[in-house]
Design a protein. Sequence first.
Length: 377
Amino acid sequence: MTQIHGHADPRFAAAKDVLAASITRGDDVGASFCATIDGEVVVDIWGGVADADTGAAWEKDTIVNVYSTTKTMTALTALLLADRGELRFEERVAHYWPEFAAAGKDAVTVAQLMSHSAGLSGFKEPVAPEDIYDWDKATALLAAQAPYWEPGTAPGYHAMTQGFLVGEVVRRITGQTLGTVFRTEIAEPLGADFHIGLPQSDDGRVARLIPPPPGGSIGNVSNSWLTQNMASNPAIDPRATTTRAWRGAELPAANGHGNARSVAMVQTLMANGGVAGGKRILSEAGVRRALEPQISGDDLVLAMPLNYGMGYGLPGPSRPFPNPNTVFWGGYGGSLVVCDMDTRMCMAYAMNKMAPTTTGDMRAGMLAMAMWQGMMA
């Protein structure tokens, strides 16, 4: 059985067994899992290999690209500004970003950006891979284009575009990039090793992602043209995550780097009423805004029924959770964070072996079940 490092409180010792079994079976290669209850760390474990080519071990401070789990950091940054009264979710995007009113988007609200219902799930103009590293170009393209569907009438996952859209609203309000606001207002005060825009000095700590098997790309979730547009313009290639261009850019929808510990350190704010590490960052009312239902139905991009709150997924038929006041989101390949406000428990999982999933798979699910079972013991 694979050796698992770190610690787990006795009633959650099963989490270590679950992670060890997953790595031993080969479902995982290297991974980390962390959980907090009432703001206190009860599980912080890791194991396996960070680089399958070199055999380098997954260490305590290994970090990895968690793809769309990054969106929870973006949502939290927007929730923070709203909690301070600087951002109003019901306000029109064009109020903050006048150019956005073009092509019939004058009535689109910030809440619709947060809930993937703005009709801007992908770029209409052809976009090269390197274009996503050009913030001004990407945001200008989105500001100029017409929605693919009537905003507010249906959800459609804004896999890459949501980061630019919410991020530009944050930039217009604060004068700073979203990655900067997140770092200075949330990550650094909490001592969380999570980065939207990774310094080159940290490259040596990054685990190498193992792409999903053939047929397991993000574009294979559906044959719809919206899905194909999202996945191919530009193509989402996990191999790009090894480049300095990807790591150093600020892509608030997709290129956050961290591990389970740092994800949990930040997202504990959502589970614990706005407090983490003994510091109050948001009010309890501020974090509970994420629970406000925004839109539900068959996601036009992901081709599954989903319930969206304010920047997070909410429980529903396709994603049942034991407690109703729970928010979550995951990243391409399998990373996941779940914030259960009823038990004040936050759970995070980050790994390097990618599965063909965008909202979590059984590896994270088994770890979560071990936690919930431990809570009932």
